[in-house]
Ligand binder design. Structure first.
Ligand SMILES: *Cc1c(COP(=O)(O)O)cnc(C)c1O
Length: 387
């Protein structure tokens, strides 16, 4: 049981709705990931976009984990919370000139570049600063991540990355750009990937690409394999810590890495999803035909994943863990949108007004996407060691 009785009594007294983060689970997850990454001497850059809570970033900094940022705001946040600039990479398909200038002035480790035009812009800005911009080319490897179509990113018709077929154009261009220093290749094929064969296919593509580049006398010192490792949303307690060993083993077995190359991994969801829950209170029960609804005090404004990409989150009634009688409910929020529903046909103990529900595995892409829609306010936040 994720929530011990002693903690449930405390949780019941806190003002709902709120995000609750279990710091012990977070640290355990980090430790397991670091341990598993050691087998291939991989470097982990946490993807801030999954969750940028100061407290969580400070813990990551304590473990000397790097940061994968997609905006100036995220870079500032990473630095402010103690993550070293040498361990920060800047990714994203739409970097503004101001953001590029900032990243170069801060001397972060690397910018991941997604188009020829972006290369030219970075070159100009670096030229003005009289510096060389360290960059990695984000290559679109055309690998299917077998995940939801809204979160797959490595196929040719996605907006992300440079297509392998345009590589020659890019390499020609690079020869003219004197303020660019190519240090790496970057790949990220999608998110919530549970079929590890996608990562194997990625490795095989990279091997091919590396051989091609070496024929042209191009060597890079860094390979960035992106993130995307999925988590167990169906059974969060059984899959509390993702199988990092199996994940890193795929790269160990299939990636033909050169002895001088460093491997980087940009884990987001797999580090932070399972430590977080959205805690909400049941306001009303209602019935329509055979359907039973529970209306709760949080909604898609606080956790948009079910509405945005049909995501499943396990829902538990933590007020009534032991209740013998159960029933199917649709658990819905208060927002004026039909998609504002956390779960349909959810089997729960007979539930009443005032009961507290935990929406599990909500640590990633939850709080960061919360909005003040309908002016219902942002959710509160509590950490396990502070309640
Ligand atoms: C979103 C993203 C990540 C993190 O993805 P997860 O699925 O959360 O691990 C890593 N790298 C890039 C480039 C991303 O866009």
């Amino acid at each position: 049981m994720f929530f011990q009785n002693s903690i449930i009594e405390k949780l019941k007294k806190l003002p709902t709705p709120y995000y609750y983060y279990d710091v012990d689970v977070f640290e355990l997850t980090i430790q397991k990931a670091l341990q598993a990454s050691k087998t291939i001497n991989g470097h982990i850059h946490y993807a801030l976009k999954a969750n940028h809570q100061d407290r969580l970033l400070q813990i990551l900094a304590k473990y000397k984990i790097g940061a994968d940022c997609v905006s100036k705001g995220e870079i500032e946040k990473a630095i402010k919370n103690g993550i070293s600039v040498n361990n920060i990479v800047f990714a994203g398909v739409g970097k503004t000139d101001e953001e590029i200038l900032y990243a170069l002035k801060e001397k972060i480790f690397c910018l991941n570049v997604e188009s020829i035009q972006e290369l030219e812009v970075i070159n100009d800005i670096a030229n003005n600063l009289n510096t060389k911009a360290p960059i990695a080319l984000r290559i679109n490897p055309n690998v299917d991540a077998y995940t939801h179509k809204f979160i797959t990113t490595g196929l040719t018709d996605n907006k992300f990355g440079i297509n392998a077929s345009d590589l020659n154009l890019v390499l020609d261009k690079l020869k003219q750009l004197k303020n660019i220093q190519l240090i790496g290749l970057h790949f990220h094929i999608g998110s919530q990937i549970t079929d590890l064969s996608s990562f194997k296919n990625l490795c095989l593509k990279i091997n091919e690409l590396q051989r091609y580049l070496e024929e042209k006398n191009i060597e890079v010192t860094h390979l960035n394999l992106g993130g995307g490792l999925g988590i167990n949303y169906m059974h969060p307690d059984e899959g509390l810590v993702p199988d990092f060993e199996a994940y890193f083993k795929v790269f160990y077995e299939f990636l033909e890495r050169r002895h001088f190359q460093q491997l980087h991994f940009e884990l987001g969801r797999s580090l932070v999803a399972q430590c977080g829950s959205l805690i909400t209170k049941v306001l009303y029960q209602k019935q329509s035909g055979n359907k039973h609804f529970l209306i709760v005090d949080s909604g898609m404004n606080h956790l948009i994943r079910p509405a945005l990409y049909e995501a499943y989150h396990k829902i538990e009634n933590i007020s009534k863990y032991q209740h013998p009688d159960q029933q199917l409910y649709d658990v819905c929020g208060p927002i004026c949108e039909s998609t504002d529903c956390f779960g349909k046909n959810v089997l729960l103990p007979i539930t009443q007004r005032g009961d507290i529900l935990a929406i599990r595995s909500a640590g990633a892409y939850g709080e960061v996407m919360a909005s003040d829609y309908n002016l219902r306010g942002l959710p509160n936040v509590y950490f396990s060691d502070e309640v």
